[in-house]
Each structure stands twice: as structure tokens, then as C-alpha cells.
Design a protein around this ligand. Structure first.
Ligand code: SF4
Length: 389
């Protein structure tokens, strides 16, 4: 049977999601509440070093792979969002966890760390456009619709790590599971043993790519639930027939790579290996030679033959650092027009210096706290992920 599926257009999203306090309950941030040092201050590096030294073992700085160089140099550990949350949990002696990442990552760290530890996000405007695309009220409206249709009992909700604590809590109280880009196949396999359908949040691309390319589903088994349309823009029959109900969300960085990027690099660099993240669009992933999580990409390039050429479809800071770390390999960015993760890049050296110096002065800025009930429910979904066979 020929598939009727076509790649959906990206959900419209502003490049810079800076809420400026208009929606404080969402991932969108607010202005810095303090006096930031000037970015031109020549002493910023020395100030960060001094503040970190003064705090000693009281502070533990986490740096996500997509962070700027000026920030990552002060990280005690680097990693993807889940590894960083685990690292925070493994440091119960650290009073302060300074999370150089985005808001949902700091929430996960707060859920996994001890109650007396405080998680600090140096800039509250460091949100995530993907996490912002799934708001709890919208997700509950969808679930109520599934209940009215009589299909909710067949559905297992699965959320990607890149979602707010509210969404993880929703998934936990409805007996679902959190997944990462490394274990999405295992999470879906487990979910389809519990029910006949999956409601996948918030990244349509990770859900579709895993179901179709790793689990053998047909594209027509997947439907796209658009929270901005009545009943998700789907008929009752479509929802009853679907195996995968994908939330209409995407990453505004990975979603910008196109099939033309792949064609162009193959013409320009004969023999190039195209390596992309599963948050990329389905046609891009299909056209690539290799697909995998951030940690997979790092390992693949570590193991690559000297002299080999690689076009990498993930965030630019990471690709640039990998190219510098492997001068014997030709590592390039998949598309020359795709930019950094703008929200991740909100954390710059002035914000880090400000946060560290506030701690030295005895003030605790920008604390990220998840309420007890949400944290408990989210933890159920995270623990289910850790228990995946
Ligand atoms: S790279 Fe994409 S998923 Fe990651 S924080 Fe930025 S917008 Fe969110």
C-alpha cells in the first residue's frame, strides 16, 4: 500500500522565545532580577574563577553539550540533559547545583536531587521551544477527548525528557514513561506491551522516527495531534485507528535541517557521512547515513577513521567543539544556515558570573523548584524509564 503521508510543515515558532514574564507558568522566562556584569568586562573569567573557588565543594556546575565555550569551561561535568540530572543526584554534598542548560533540565535536576539542595538556572529566560509547545492544560484537554472517545484506556502516554515537569507529572499519573533520545525504542516497546496506542509528547519527530525507522510501524499508523485545532485536527476514526498519536511539537534547532541540506552536502563533499539527531525531520533522518542521540554522535565521531568526512545535524556549539577536538577528521555542520539554540545560549558568562557571585554574597538567585505533588508524579515516570527492560 502506498503511504499518503507528507512531511508536516514546522509549527510556527518565534526564533527567540523570551517570555519577559508574560507567561511565567510556562517554560518561558523572565528578565534577570539582578545587576549583570557588562559582557565587555575584561575580568569576567577571573571573577568566575574566584567565585567558584570561594564556593568550593558547596557548588557543582553542570554544562549541557550545547552551551557556549565561555560557559562550558567552568562546568564540573558536561553531558546531555539526563546525564546531567543524574550527575546532580550523585552529588548530595553540593548545596548549590548551577545548571548551565535550559529550564526543563533544571526541573529534572530538582526532582532528582535532595530537598535541601538548590538548583539554580543562571538566566530564567533559558527555556526550550520544544518543551513550550506542550502546555499541561492543552495535554489534559486532549486526554479528556480520548476519554470521551473511550480510547484513553488503550493509550500509554510517553514524554521525551525535553518537556516540563508538569508534562512528566501528567505522564506519571497516567502510568506512562519518560524517554530520552537514547532509549526511545525501549520506551516504546515497553509501552506497546502495556497498551495498543502511544500518545507521544512533545517531539513529533523523535516519536515518528523511532516508531517507523526502529520499530517497523507505517507512517500511516501515526497521526499528528495539533493542540491549536479543535480535537487536535483529527477525526474520531483517525484517533481510533492510530497506533502513535504524536503531539505537534518540534525542536526549533533540529527542525531547521532539510532534505536539501543533505543533498547539498553530498554534492559538495563526495563520500561524506551524514550523521543526524533523531529530533530532525523524518525525511532528513531517512536520507542520513547514521542517526543517534548527542552521546551517540560524540562516540561515533570519536571512533571515526582519520581522514573521514562527517556532516553533522545537531546544535552548532557541539559540532564546532567536536571539529576542534578531531583535527584529523573533516567534521562540518550539516547546514550553513542553521544557528545555535538561542534559548540555551541565553546562559552566557555574565549570567554565570552574576549567579556565582550572588551565591558567594549569601543570596540564592533563580532557584528552580518543582512542587512536591508534580515532583512525585514526574519521578514515577522517570523511575519507570530507569526500570525499562
Ligand atoms: S536544542 Fe531544541 S530541544 Fe534542545 S533546548 Fe534547544 S530548542 Fe530545546
Amino acid at each position: 500500500m502506498t503511504s499518503t503521508w507528507t512531511e508536516p510543515a514546522n509549527t510556527p515558532v518565534a526564533l527567540l522565545l523570551l517570555g519577559q514574564g508574560t507567561d511565567p507558568a510556562s517554560e518561558r522566562g523572565v528578565d534577570c532580577p539582578g545587576e549583570l556584569p557588562a559582557p565587555s568586562d575584561p575580568d569576567l573569567v577571573a571573577r568566575a574563577e574566584a567565585a567558584k573557588a570561594a564556593l568550593g565543594g558547596r557548588v557543582f556546575v553542570l554544562g549541557h553539550h550545547y552551551q557556549r565555550d565561555e560557559v562550558i569551561r567552568f562546568a564540573d561535568v558536561t553531558g546531555d540533559s539526563f546525564k546531567l540530572a543524574q550527575q546532580a543526584a550523585a552529588r548530595p554534598e553540593a548545596e548549590f547545583i548551577v545548571f548551565c542548560g535550559v529550564h526543563f533540565m533544571a526541573e529534572s535536576a530538582d526532582i532528582l536531587t535532595k530537598p535541601e539542595q538548590r538548583v539554580i538556572l543562571p538566566d530564567l529566560a533559558a527555556g526550550c521551544s520544544m518543551a513550550d509547545m506542550a502546555v499541561l492544560g492543552q495535554v489534559e484537554t486532549a486526554w479528556e477527548h480520548f476519554q470521551d472517545l473511550g480510547i484513553a484506556g488503550d493509550i500509554v502516554p510517553v514524554t521525551y525528557m525535553n518537556s516540563s515537569a508538569d508534562i512528566k507529572g501528567f505522564v506519571g499519573r497516567n502510568e506512562g514513561v519518560v524517554c530520552t533520545s537514547s532509549n526511545a525504542k525501549r520506551a516504546l516497546t515497553w509501552s506497546f506491551e502495556q497498551g495498543s496506542k502511544v500518545f507521544f509528547l512533545p517531539d513529533q519527530h523523535l516519536g515518528r522516527n523511532t516508531a517507523v525507522l526502529e520499530m517497523g510501524f507505517d507512517l500511516d499508523d501515526c497521526v499528528l495531534y495539533d493542540p491549536h485545532k479543535p480535537q487536535g485536527g483529527l477525526t474520531d476514526e483517525q484517533l481510533r485507528n492510530a497506533r502513535m498519536i504524536l503531539w505537534r511539537g518540534h525542536c526549533s534547532v533540529h527542525g531547521r535541517f532539510t532534505i536539501d541540506s543533505v543533498r547539498e552536502v553530498r554534492e559538495r563533499v563526495p563520500g561524506v557521512n551524514v550523521l543526524v539527531h533523531p529530533e530532525c525531520r523524518h525525511d532528513v533522518v531517512r536520507a542520513a547515513d547514521h542517526v543517534g542521540s548527542t552521546e551517540y554522535i560524540i562516540k561515533a565521531l570519536d571512533a571515526a577513521e582519520p581522514g573521514s568526512a562527517w556532516a553533522v545535524g545537531t546544535e552548532l556549539n557541539l559540532v564546532r567543539r567536536l571539529a576542534l577536538a578531531h583535527p584529523d577528521k573533516r567534521i562540518m555542520f550539516l547546514d550553513r544556515t542553521v544557528c545555535y539554540c538561542s534559548t540555551m545560549n541565553r546562559i552566557d558568562l555574565p549570567h554565570l558570573v552574576w549567579a556565582l557571585e550572588e551565591l558567594v554574597a549569601g543570596r540564592v538567585p533563580n532557584v528552580i523548584t518543582v512542587d512536591e505533588k508534580t515532583a512525585h508524579e514526574a519521578r514515577v515516570a522517570l523511575d519507570q524509564m530507569l526500570a525499562l527492560p
